[in-house]
Write a protein that binds this ligand. Sequence first.
Ligand code: GDP
Length: 176
Amino acid sequence: RTSTSSRMAQFKLVLLGESAVGKSSLVHRFVKNQFDEFRESTIGAAFLTQTISLDDDTIIKFEIWDTAGQERYKSLAPMYYRNANCAVVVYDITQSESLERAKAWVKELQRQANENIIITLAGNKLDLEQNREVPTEEAEAYAKEAGLLFFETSAKTGVNVTEIFTEIAKKLPIEA
Ligand code: GDP
């Protein structure tokens, strides 16, 4: 390749997790670099794209599926994660039961999604440290055991949001 050549690879990413953990807010932060406390929640599945430059000549394009309302229409979820290359399973660090729900999603993905899907566990709302219910070490140990990437994030402050996508991008199979 010459220095002017570049390669672009496109991947499908789905967000899963209990309602109100901040899935749409994380996507909004990543795509628009904004946080809006009063943004209307998404109805149905919203589909957004965002690119990341991995190095000088590699561009990763994410096709992001935010599966809003999946808790109500759980039977539709397989349609969203079918063919997904990566999944971000989100819980809220201030809600213990949202981690249990995240674990159930991980199990379902590991059983039913693409065999080589890259799964990331994201503990969101890190800015609400004073209300934390899920210790970092607990989630980290689970993620390690389940073979997941792990981050604690805040869609509100933006901490670790781009990092999720950069780390996923580094793990994706990009052909030379
Ligand atoms: P979703 O249902 O999982 O897509 O969650 P939303 O993105 O709609 O967020 C649910 C609520 O949590 C909204 O009121 C958001 O403003 C709020 N929220 C989302 N992310 C954060 C965060 O990182 N910190 C705080 N403090 N609030 C957040």
